[in-house]
Write a protein that binds this ligand. Structure first.
Ligand code: AMP
Length: 501
């Protein structure tokens, strides 16, 4: 099958040809005709399958039919759980639409809101956004959603895991009921089905990969090692095997910094990417890694979903993921779009149970290896595949929004922003909405001046005011977005809020 036979516009085909795509991937073959038909879609597709083009290409084509976006208007909205993924999707949208008369934009937290507001003045045919920043922009009258034609929920399972359900509900209350909705998720778990009942209308279902399956192009092994030797083993592997472009996953931000430091000390260029880094630093680290200026990128799980580097050859789980399902997402950073990749996991005596849990989830035993230079002091317990069915995990329950306006702000320790914001008593009123977004998209906009709240957007009855939408919401913070973290309680006096300018 080729892209022409899917009935795509010649200008889209030209962009695909320039990109070097010759044939549609299985998810594209299944999803594109459904989206072009105007029907709602529920697609089970993991990252790496080409799902982004699967929804973007037909979405662009559908948008060609209508009237271009006017001031502040958004015609198609793609919601993603993380900033990196938002940027990634937006890059794809720009690429595929480069010969089309369509405008696109991307917005996420952790960076200044004003340039985003300015960009949106002219409207966007496609807006890629993380949920929190989108609501901030709506509250500040920077976007109109009353004519939205298409809603895409990308990596919906991750959005639920990160506790975005309240934000999603609010967003859906702001957009027309009559629209096309496309929901992409790695799995069709029960919570996803529940979400679909609420958001999607009589959808076609397509599925390209069973849940928790690694791509066939990825080989993976486990290195048994003692904890104190992990860094030495990593340095040894990178040097001895001549590995270029290695993505290393660390359990903690501190650990990521330490690993990067130790690698640099051994003349291996390395950078760390995690939520204590500013968004600019995160973007730079990723760009340097992509360009090859940095050989090793050490990331916390925040990076698991947003990194798409063609031909990324190696992934190292320096620490195993806390959630076994994340193993597949992590190693899915390599072996993308049919390329081969290799994933290596370091396992110590302490985390052998985590290995068993991963093997249970993926339904296979992972081959073990021992380095001749850094063998473990004692052999680790052998694996035995646990074939009992796994209960689907419940998504994180978001905290109920509190109505109390005087609620203290949520913790500022966030995965998503560089530094905790200072809540200067004289300048800021308590902003219960100023919470972290799971490291994915910490909102940093400031409260609006009273009296400038947007009217219920163009009188559309489907749209509700997102009043206090962040009040007392969960602080999805630090390394585990699903885990709320506590705010240091600070006394703050209400005062006139500053603008972001
Ligand atoms: P995704 O699953 O959307 O993150 O895409 C994974 C990778 O596959 C990205 O690097 C895309 O650029 C690439 N890709 C998507 N569609 C195709 C295609 N039809 N042929 C070759 N590569 C593709």
């Amino acid at each position: 099958m080729n892209f022409e036979s899917l009935g795509l516009d010649a200008r889209i085909l030209k962009a695909l040809e320039e990109k070097g795509y010759t044939s549609p991937s299985p998810i594209q073959q299944q999803a594109i005709p459904v989206v072009l038909s105007g029907k709602d879609l529920m697609a089970a597709a993991q990252t790496g399958t080409g799902k982004t083009a699967g929804f973007t290409l037909p979405m662009l084509q559908n948008l060609l039919a209508g009237q271009g976006a006017r001031n502040n208007q958004v015609r198609a909205l793609v919601l993603t759980p993380t900033r990196e993924l938002a940027q990634q999707v937006a890059d794809n949208v720009s690429l595929y639409s480069k010969h089309l008369p369509l405008k696109s934009a991307v917005v996420y937290g952790g960076v200044k809101i004003n340039p985003q507001m300015q960009k949106l003045r002219g409207g966007a045919d496609v807006l890629v956004a993380t949920p929190g920043r989108l609501l901030d922009l709506f509250q500040q009258n920077a976007i109109k959603l009353d004519r939205l034609e298409i809603l895409v929920l990308d990596e919906a399972d991750r959005m639920l895991d990160m506790g975005f359900i309240h934000d999603l509900k609010k967003i859906v209350a702001l957009i027309p009921k009559k629209r096309q909705t496309l929901l992409f998720s790695a799995t069709f778990s029960d919570p996803i089905k529940e979400l679909a009942e609420r958001f999607v209308n009589d959808p076609e279902e397509v599925s390209v990969s069973p849940a928790n399956t690694k791509a066939a192009t990825i080989s993976h092994t486990v290195f048994e090692v003692d904890k104190p030797n992990k860094t030495k083993l990593l340095i040894h592997l990178v040097k001895q095997e001549g590995w270029r472009q290695v993505l290393v996953f660390s359990k903690t931000k501190h650990g990521a910094n330490r690993i990067a430091r130790m690698l640099n000390a051994k003349d291996i260029t390395a950078a760390a990417i995690h939520g204590d880094k500013s968004q600019n630093a995160r973007t730079k680290a990723l760009a340097d890694f992509k360009s090859g200026a940095v050989q090793v990128l050490v990331a916390t799980d925040i990076a698991a979903r947003g990194i798409d580097i063609s031909q990324l050859p190696y992934v190292v789980n320096f620490d195993l993921p806390k959630v076994p399902e994340d193993y597949v997402h992590r190693i899915g950073r390599t072996g993308r779009a049919g390329e081969t990749g290799h994933a290596v996991s370091f396992v110590t005596e302490e985390d052998i149970k985590e290995l068993f849990a991963i093997e249970r989830v993926i339904g296979e035993l992972i081959e073990r290896q021992v380095s001749a230079e850094f063998p473990p002091s004692a052999p680790l317990q052998a694996s035995k595949l646990d074939t009992r069915p796994i209960k689907p995990k419940k998504p994180k329950k978001p905290k109920k929004p509190k109505t109390d306006q005087t609620q203290q702000p949520a913790a500022s320790a966030k995965e998503g922003s560089a530094k905790p914001r200072s809540n200067k008593p004289s300048q800021r009123k308590p902003n219960p909405r100023n919470r972290s977004e799971g490291g994915a998209e910490g909102r940093d906009s400031k409260p609006r001046r009273s009296g400038t709240r947007p009217s219920a957007n163009g009188g559309n009855s489907n749209q509700a005011k997102p009043k206090n939408h962040r009040s007392g919401q969960a602080n999805k913070a630090t390394e585990n977005p699903a885990k709320p973290s506590r705010a240091p309680r600070k006394r703050v006096r209400p005062s006139t809020p500053k603008s972001d300018a």
